[in-house]
Design a protein around this ligand. Structure first.
Ligand SMILES: [Zn+2]
Length: 343
């Protein structure tokens, strides 16, 4: 959708404490499956950037230029996608570019990238970089399964005419607050964070899918119920030994200061859901997740749930009352976070 948007100017990194190169993506081939990831950050409707655009980029000093405001700043974007595909919420405008928040919550100034003024849906592939999330018995890392499925959701929605933006487009560190900042810059009609689960209570009669909603939001509840309905229906075709929690379903989870999950709490005001699609810790489910065809099934089901949220008044299903949890959610903070290169 934004493929034709021109790129502006020459990259300028002024104040970012950008670390070294991001760690190489972990190929799904490592678990015996065909790698489904493709080139990291640059594919897809809202993040497409021509490789040629990066060829002439240079890094310059931070010295201010007397020139007129850059074309990128004049475009007044809410988010900029860097020439190598990193999604950066805009925090201010400067004569030499736009000031952005990096995935590790540092400040940087860019004068090259693709301006994004809006999207109907923002998708968040959970974890990334040093935070693998859960790891399957086949050593498949949740961060990679999340990104592969998220790309299917994105592509399916794009084929249905829905403008989509991802929070994370490759295998790099990103804090929960930075993910929420992307959402809060765009204020999409729906935001979905995509995860895979671990530590089930035990065997389960059918898929143990869990979708979380914001406690104070009826629209978030409907979104979670529709994703739950579509995902469990799609996965039930697989006759395997499913596992799950006894309170599997569409539900809320509260913490000491509101919604338990930061990406739901910090996106209050935007209809949001966090989905734990299947259990990567369960050997038969991990084996399925190692197959791109299964990613397609999961991702298309999530996309159907989002489309029904956007285009119908269907109520969703699977609503359940959760039992209380006391363990705080870990990870996703700034400590140890290393920004990816921005060009
Ligand atoms: Zn997760």
């Amino acid at each position: 959708m934004r493929r034709s948007v021109p790129l502006f100017g020459v990259l300028l990194l002024a104040t970012a404490a950008c670390g070294g190169p991001a760690p190489p993506p972990v190929s799904r081939a490592a678990v015996g499956a065909v790698a489904a990831s493709g080139p990291p950050p640059t594919s897809g409707p809202a993040t497409a950037v021509s490789p040629a655009a990066t060829a002439s980029t240079t890094v310059t000093s931070a010295a201010p230029r007397p020139a007129a405001p850059s074309a990128l700043a004049q475009a007044r974007p809410k988010v900029v996608v860097s020439p190598n595909g990193v999604v950066l919420p805009v925090t201010g405008f400067e004569n030499n570019g736009v000031r952005v928040l990096t995935p590790c919550e540092n400040s940087a100034v860019l004068d090259a990238g693709t301006p994004v003024k809006g999207a109907s849906v923002v998708l968040d592939p959970g974890h990334g970089g040093k935070e693998s999330g859960a790891v399957g018995p086949n050593r498949l890392a949740e961060k990679n399964a999340n990104l592969a499925v998220t790309r299917v959701v994105r592509d399916t929605l794009a084929r249905n005419g829905v403008a989509v933006l991802l929070t994370r487009t490759g295998d790099y560190d990103m804090t929960l607050t930075a993910r929420a900042a992307v959402v809060n810059a765009i204020r999409p009609a729906a935001f979905v964070s995509i995860h895979h689960n671990a530590d089930p209570d035990g065997p389960h009669n059918g898929p143990g899918t869990e979708t979380y909603y914001q406690l104070a939001s009826a629209s978030s509840k409907r979104l979670a119920g529709l994703i739950y309905e579509e995902v469990t229906r799609a996965l039930a075709q697989y006759r395997i030994a499913w596992v799950g929690d006894t309170d599997a379903g569409a539900k809320y989870r509260t913490g000491s200061n509101g919604d338990y999950y930061a990406v739901l709490r910090q996106t209050a005001g935007t209809t949001s859901s966090l989905a734990e699609l299947s259990f990567i810790s369960n050997p038969p489910e991990a084996d399925l997740l190692a197959q791109p065809a299964f990613d397609d099934v999961e991702g298309q089901a999530v996309a159907r749930g989002i489309l029904r949220y956007l285009r119908s008044n269907d109520p969703g299903s699977g609503y359940t009352t959760p039992y209380p949890r006391t363990t705080p959610a870990g990870g996703g903070g700034k400590e140890g976070c290393v920004d990816p290169p921005l060009r």
